[in-house]
Design a protein around this ligand. Structure first.
Ligand SMILES: Cc1cc2nc3c(=O)[nH]c(=O)nc-3n(C[C@H](O)[C@H](O)[C@H](O)COP(=O)(O)OP(=O)(O)OC[C@H]3O[C@@H](n4cnc5c(N)ncnc54)[C@H](O)[C@@H]3O)c2cc1C
Ligand code: SF4
Length: 326
């Protein structure tokens, strides 16, 4: 058995101080951390419980943005009236994730920080560059069907980013506010998650012991409609094989603005900017949607068992666009 110290913090400053030494990790809902500690994949020597920090508010800001505390639960965010009205894509993405019990515990900050679902990462013994830098990647020549990516992969890691919420947030646009020993800073959500490249163990832009305090979502596009479509092996309690978050502003039958992000297929929440640009000014049509879907998966690289994710990802885009404009 591996032991660790436990501390409970009541202010962000105290949490950061408590985490300043050794392999400390913050405990929010615990739905990722506790599993991975039990599997001996995450090995904190100190766990800092942040559940008493005053970070549970959802506030609308005067400029139309939405400020979400890092400890707002996935359920509370999904059920928030303003989110349901202005960001249905976010509400739907959250409700498509995990189970009711997990969403009640899981937090906004923890969801952004959740770890990959690659079996070789989680088994604690296979070669895995993410868990043990330099050990190799068992997935590249192994079973790489459902939780492995076709976009943004490298020769060192091909695990897909598992979050549904983050796909919606990528389409919406947001800033992640983090606090460290020397103050607060904002990180663009698009820059928060890192591609694996040569350093797959570096998953995000946080400095050691920085704490996420808020997620601030961009103001909704006036007149927009949005939806999240998740395609998976089973229709509940399952990670996405491919998913799409789409936000559209229509001017009659013409598409005036478009935002598209993909899940299940990328090593990070995947914003498809070229696909978006291809739609602007177009009349909503099967041809325009197919072109956008092709651009969304441009550059995809398939592995032995996940080639099907390329057409599936395209279909996730096409179907979402079709339903939103029907
Ligand atoms: C069976 C199962 C099924 C699931 N299915 C889905 C699914 O379909 N879709 C989906 O998107 N997700 C799914 N999940 C993942 C789930 O959404 C995440 O486990 C959850 O969002 C993590 O939030 P948490 O608050 O429990 O994080 P924790 O487990 O508490 O923390 C996770 C990580 O984030 C760090 N952390 C937490 N809060 C902060 C903070 N404020 N600042 C800095 N670091 C922080 C922790 O130190 C830890 O490293 C599933 C999980 C399980 C167990
Ligand atoms: S895909 Fe990434 S997480 Fe999975 S075994 Fe390879 S390096 Fe590890």
């Amino acid at each position: 058995m591996r032991t660790f110290d436990y501390a409970r913090a009541d202010t962000p400053g105290n949490a950061i101080k408590a985490a300043a030494n050794g392999q400390a990790m913050y405990l929010a809902g615990g739905t990722t951390l506790l599993d991975l500690v039990k599997l001996d994949v995450m090995q904190p020597d100190q766990v800092v419980d942040i559940n008493r920090l005053p970070l549970k508010q959802i506030e609308t800001l005067p400029d139309g943005r939405l400020r979400v505390g890092a400890l707002v639960s996935n359920t509370d965010l999904a059920r928030h009236a303003w989110v349901r009205e202005h960001y249905p894509v976010l509400s739907q993405a959250l409700l498509a994730g995990a189970s009711t019990q997990l969403r009640n515990k899981a937090t906004t900050g923890g969801n952004i920080m959740q770890r990959v679902r690659c079996n070789y990462f989680r088994d604690g013994i296979s070669p895995c560059n993410k868990r043990q830098p330099g050990s190799g990647c068992a997935a590249i020549d192994g079973l790489n069907r459902s939780v492995h990516a076709v976009l943004g992969t490298s020769e060192h890691c091909i695990a897909s980013h598992p979050s549904d919420m983050c796909v919606a947030v990528a389409a919406i646009g947001a800033k992640v506010t983090v606090q460290g020993g020397t103050g607060s800073r904002d990180i663009d959500f698009a820059d928060f998650h890192l591609l694996p490249g040569d350093t797959p163990w570096q998953e995000h832009a946080l400095q050691p012991h920085e704490l996420i305090t808020h997620l601030t979502l961009d103001a909704p596009l006036p007149g927009s409609r949005s939806a999240y479509l998740k395609l998976r092996d089973r229709t509940s309690y399952q990670f996405a094989l491919a998913s799409s978050a789409v936000i559209l502003v229509l001017d009659g039958a013409r598409i005036a603005q478009a935002r598209i992000a993909l899940g299940g297929v990328g090593t990070k929440p995947w914003r498809a900017r070229q696909a978006e640009q291809s739609l602007v000014g177009q009349t909503a049509s099967a041809q325009a949607f197919e072109k956008a879907a092709e651009l969304a998966l441009q550059g995809a690289h398939a592995y032995a068992h996940n080639a099907f994710k390329i057409p599936l990802g395209q279909q996730a885009v096409i179907r979402n666009l079709r339903d939103l404009t029907a």
